[in-house]
Design a protein around this ligand. Structure first.
Ligand SMILES: [Zn+2]
Length: 196
């Protein structure tokens, strides 16, 4: 079987972001979900590599508001809120890659890198090397949230030299400020990404 040249990268389709009960629910997530699952089906049909990222924080991190950060507590490692949505779990296969980010308390927005908010140090998740080793040249990004983790992931993928598409209907934004999602998509396009 030839090595896959394309990867579908599904960002953070986790209970805390994608389920209405989640602590950082993204309102557009339920509408995006069928489009994500369709992308997964298409990727299977093409034999593409499928990658799932998960926000995976320690219980105490400067990423969270109670510890000086921006966000309510979410996606704490090993909790129900950090699990992928049941529909995503059903769509997973053993050969898929799973990338966990923020694991040591960093701001883990990108599936490719994690930034320590205290020291500014940026650490790789290893994803770029894994994709390159698999022969991947084109990465299609979807999932949550457009204006944070999808944006950071797409920009990092471009920096790492991949051709990058963002499947817009399979994403949804947090919109802390109205217009953040549209601005994120423009930033991805300006950096060389293709909206599809
Ligand atoms: Zn997070």
């Amino acid at each position: 079987m030839p090595k896959p040249k394309r990867a579908l990268l599904i960002v953070d389709l986790q209970v805390d972001f994608a389920d209405p009960s989640g602590s950082l629910f993204v309102a557009g997530a339920p509408a995006a979900l069928p489009f994500v699952l369709r992308r997964v089906e298409q990727a299977r049909a093409h034999g593409d590599l499928v990658v799932w990222s998960q926000d995976w924080h320690p219980a105490s991190t400067p990423h969270f508001a109670p510890f000086g950060g921006r966000w309510p507590v979410h996606c704490v490692a090993g909790t129900a809120g950090a699990e992928l949505l049941p529909a995503a779990v059903l769509a997973q296969r053993p050969d898929d890659l799973v990338i966990r980010k923020g694991v040591a308390g960093e701001d883990g927005y990108s599936a490719f890198s994690m930034r320590n908010t205290l020291t500014g140090e940026v650490r790789s998740t290893g994803l770029a090397a894994q994709l390159q080793a698999a022969g991947v040249t084109l990465v299609t990004v979807c999932g949550l949230a457009t204006d944070w983790c999808v944006k950071a992931t797409a920009l990092d993928a471009l920096t790492a030299g991949f051709t990058v598409e963002v499947a817009v209907d399979a994403t949804a934004g947090v919109e802390l400020r109205v217009g953040d999602t549209a601005a994120a998509l423009r930033e991805i396009e300006a950096a060389g990404g293709v909206l599809c």
